[in-house]
Design a protein around this ligand. Structure first.
Ligand SMILES: [Zn+2]
Length: 569
């Protein structure tokens, strides 16, 4: 490809509407243009990158036993009514009516479609397992589409559905997909973690999110510095920390004037935070109180608190009145002396403390020498704290680190949720009718491209991993009007093509500075520069976009050297 024929209008200024790096850079690099909120045209550079991402996905899905199909984007409402999701999906679903007034939607996902596709024709266990996938546009009418391709209303997705005869088979399919996803994200050259995830509304058993590590990510994840454990902060399980055993002293009330936060209490009594117990008061949707207690240096994970009771409840901070009604004093709470029947949850680590400090349920007063095992009555003990940097990995005990990430793929086991509601059954070895056991596996293709940019950029632009770069190498003659330079550049470009390298020849007549700026902005992994030295001394320069490393070689050797250097990019 020649730059004079490439449609990639670059922008020098950062468009005001773009809040995140990937959105800014894709607009500036001429990769995407907005059609309407959350709807974008992929221009040639973006489409080249997307095709490479899709190719890697296809190869791995096919190798794992998947078969590619293409289902309609427009889906009839009837199948969604069968599972009950037509009403629960709400305003996020794009709904359309045909000329007869029949209702349809633009597919946000395809569980209904694929299950009804096979339910009449998969009849026997002999036809299982079965894995079907597609790569196509999906639609979600986001209330506030933003962040460019990260949260669009139309996006490209790969979705695969597995059908097995039993749970064992489903788990095997899950493992196969998990491994395929690991290969996909590795081959794309991205730093990622499979994160144990909350299964959320989709239901079923286990789930992992394949998270691309990036500062702009919306999920907080904890990962082990030694083993491959990683989990979202909401989900991360924690081991109980046992304080060294001490002789239990008698409970004593002490004055702590105005010390209504745990930091002030610790300061007032000259105690380290990990010798104090702090309270967080919640109320649920029915305004009923839940008091949660964690060690002073820990935080309450409200998702874990919710899961202890009823996953459908929502918590908000309790009012002072509600706390007082239960016999508590805001700012000076403890489980000691509350009204009977108050729901109190204590973190398991708190129960292992000795001679700690906690509120006295009396204004400006705290207890010292609190020994939870002795002093706390009728409390629920559970892991309710939020993981933080330095906590022990639940698998191997090494310290964890915190990072942020972008969810680019997710694998789920669905069980029989959809096959039961859609009556997709088969006959097993004994001729017994059973529902198919399913899994679903998604990758946000356009989102992955955005995530790759979020992870790989600097002040000058994008830094593509080679495998998904729109072009692997750009060849830049410094003076595009100089026939000799142009000729050498052309030779190298042809050599690269002959070696199967995806190269771009920047044959524009623009100044060198403009071409270099564009090369950095678009982020080709390798730049080959042809200048006066190439003409006079047979020396061309190869420059790595990621680290600025420069190598000089002859024009005859340039393509071979580029191939060698690309291996590491
Ligand atoms: Zn570990």
């Amino acid at each position: 490809m020649r730059a004079t024929r490439l449609y990639a209008p670059t922008l020098r200024e950062t468009p005001a509407e773009a809040e995140v790096k990937s959105h800014q850079l894709m607009l500036r690099a001429g990769m995407i243009r907005k059609a309407a909120g959350g709807l974008y045209t992929y221009m040639p550079l973006a489409w080249r990158s997307l095709k490479k991402i899709m190719q890697i996905i296809r190869e791995e899905m096919d190798a794992a036993g998947g078969q590619e199909i293409a289902m309609p984007i427009v889906q009839p409402s009837e199948i969604w009514k069968e599972t009950g999701r037509w009403s629960v999906y709400g305003d996020e679903m794009f709904r359309v009516a045909d000329r007869h007034g029949r209702e349809f939607c633009l597919g946000p996902t395809h569980e209904e479609m694929v299950t009804t596709l096979i339910r009449d024709e998969v009849r026997s266990y002999k036809q299982l397992p079965l894995m079907l996938y597609q790569i196509q546009n999906k639609y979600r009418d986001e209330i506030r589409p933003r962040f460019g391709l990260m949260r669009g209303r139309e996006f490209i997705m790969k979705d695969l559905y597995s059908f097995d005869k039993d749970e064992e088979g489903m788990n095997e399919s899950y493992k196969i997909m998990y491994d395929a996803y690991t290969r996909i994200f590795s081959r794309m050259g991205l730093e990622f973690r499979p994160v144990e995830a909350d299964n959320g509304a989709i239901g079923g058993g286990h789930s992992h999110e394949f998270t691309v590590l990036a500062e702009a990510g919306e999920s907080n994840i904890a990962y082990c510095t030694k083993c491959d454990y990683a989990a979202s902060d909401e989900k991360a399980e924690l081991t109980v920390i046992k304080a060294p055993e001490e002789e239990q002293r008698a409970l004593e009330k002490v004055s702590t004037p105005e010390a209504h936060t745990i930091e002030l209490v610790a300061k007032c009594l000259n105690l380290p935070l990990d010798r104090t117990i702090k309270a967080v008061a919640f109320q649920d949707d029915k305004e009923e109180l839940i008091l949660a207690f964690v060690r002073g240096d820990h935080d309450v994970n409200d998702v874990k608190v919710v899961n202890l009771f009823d996953e459908s409840i929502e918590l908000h901070m309790a009012t002072d009145e509600a706390i007082e009604e239960a016999g508590g004093v805001p700012g000076f709470m403890s489980p000691i002396g509350l009204k009977e029947g108050t729901r109190v949850v204590v973190d398991a680590t708190v129960m292992e403390m000795y001679n700690a400090c906690a509120g006295a349920n009396e204004k400006d007063m705290h207890y010292i020498n609190v020994n939870p095992k002795r002093d706390f009555k009728d409390v629920i003990v559970a892991d309710i704290r939020m993981i933080k940097e330095g906590d022990a990995c639940p698998h191997c005990g090494a310290p964890v680190k915190m990072t942020r990430g972008i969810e680019a793929g997710q694998v789920f086991t669905l069980g029989t949720k959809y096959s039961q509601s859609l009556h997709a059954t088969f006959l097993d070895e004994n001729g017994k009718e059973k529902p198919l056991v399913m899994g679903c596996y998604g990758i946000g293709v356009s989102r992955t491209m955005a995530a790759a940019i979020e992870q790989n950029n600097d002040e000058n632009g994008i830094i593509w991993p080679r495998a998904i770069a729109p072009f692997e190498v750009v060849v830049v003659p410094i003076n595009g009007k100089n026939e000799e330079q142009l000729k050498i550049a052309e030779e190298i470009y042809n050599d690269l093509k002959a070696k199967g390298v995806d190269a771009l020849l920047d044959d524009r007549k623009d100044r060198a500075g403009v071409k270099f700026k564009d090369a950095d902005l678009i982020g080709y992994p390798l730049r080959i520069t042809v200048g006066p030295k190439s003409v006079d001394e047979d020396s061309v320069e190869l420059k790595v976009r990621r680290n600025g490393e420069m190598v000089n070689t002859t024009r005859a050797e340039a393509a071979a050297k580029a191939v060698e250097m690309l291996k590491a990019l």
